[in-house]
Design a protein around this ligand. Structure first.
Ligand SMILES: C[S@@+](CC[C@H](N)C(=O)[O-])C[C@H]1O[C@@H](n2cnc3c(N)ncnc32)[C@H](O)[C@@H]1O
Length: 202
């Protein structure tokens, strides 16, 4: 059992996580400002689906990918319980697997990149998986001092320097790159800022 398998069943019971995911979903929708009902969406590092389920009524179908079987079980059980047939979670590890190319109109990933080995490979693989004209949105922590997680097991990056994120988007060939502060997560005694980075594959 990995870190996220242990956390899966109780993942949705932390209000700050739910709130952060909803802020991300709302910002993506507000930024796109277009009809997304025919979109194929990938939620990478989907966890229990906090982000995916925020798009369930808006897009054609959603693939949730995650390397925690505990999270994928929770994700698929929620979809089944709600009766959603257009959402499906599957096991996938981006560190050593590729993604289907030219498949998605929209890729979203919330608070996952700091657990992935290389932000450059991550953004590059996600971009290859986008259709031309597709959009990618990544939310994650700005550089932090290593105190965000009580336990840093499985934490590969203590947040990100914005120039690194910009370079990863640029090297992947994305256009219209934009990075801005999305929200702040307050934990005693500190706040941790979260950015949202977006780009388009032209
Ligand atoms: C902090 S959680 C975020 C979950 C979800 N996006 C949310 O907003 O609630 C990070 C997720 O990334 C997944 N993850 C970590 N490393 C991964 C990898 N190498 N490949 C795929 N998923 C990974 C974890 O299993 C976990 O579900």
């Amino acid at each position: 059992m990995g870190r996220f398998d242990d956390l899966a069943l109780a993942w949705d019971s932390e209000p700050k996580r739910v709130e952060g995911a909803m802020i991300f979903v709302d910002k993506v929708k507000a930024t796109l400002q277009q009809d997304i009902k025919h979109f194929k969406l990938l939620d990478y590092g989907c966890g229990s689906g906090l982000v995916s389920f925020g798009f369930a009524g808006d897009v054609e179908n959603i693939d949730g990918l995650d390397n925690s079987s505990g999270m994928i079980d929770v994700y698929n059980k929620k979809a089944k319980d709600i009766g959603l047939k257009n959402i499906s979670g599957k096991l996938h590890n981006i560190n050593n697997e590729d993604l289907k190319s030219n498949t998605y109109n929209l890729i979203v990933t919330n608070m996952t990149m700091h657990h992935i080995n290389s932000p450059f490979d991550f953004v590059s693989k996600l971009t290859k998986s986008l259709k031309n004209g597709g959009h990618i949105f990544i939310a994650d922590l700005y550089l932090e001092d290593g105190t965000f997680h009580g336990d840093n097991d499985g934490v590969v990056h203590f947040g990100f320097d914005i120039d690194t994120v910009k370079e990863a988007f640029f090297k992947a060939g994305l256009e219209n790159i934009k990075i801005e502060k999305l929200h702040s997560i307050s934990k005693v005694p500190k706040n941790y800022d979260v950015f949202i980075a977006s780009g388009t594959k032209l």
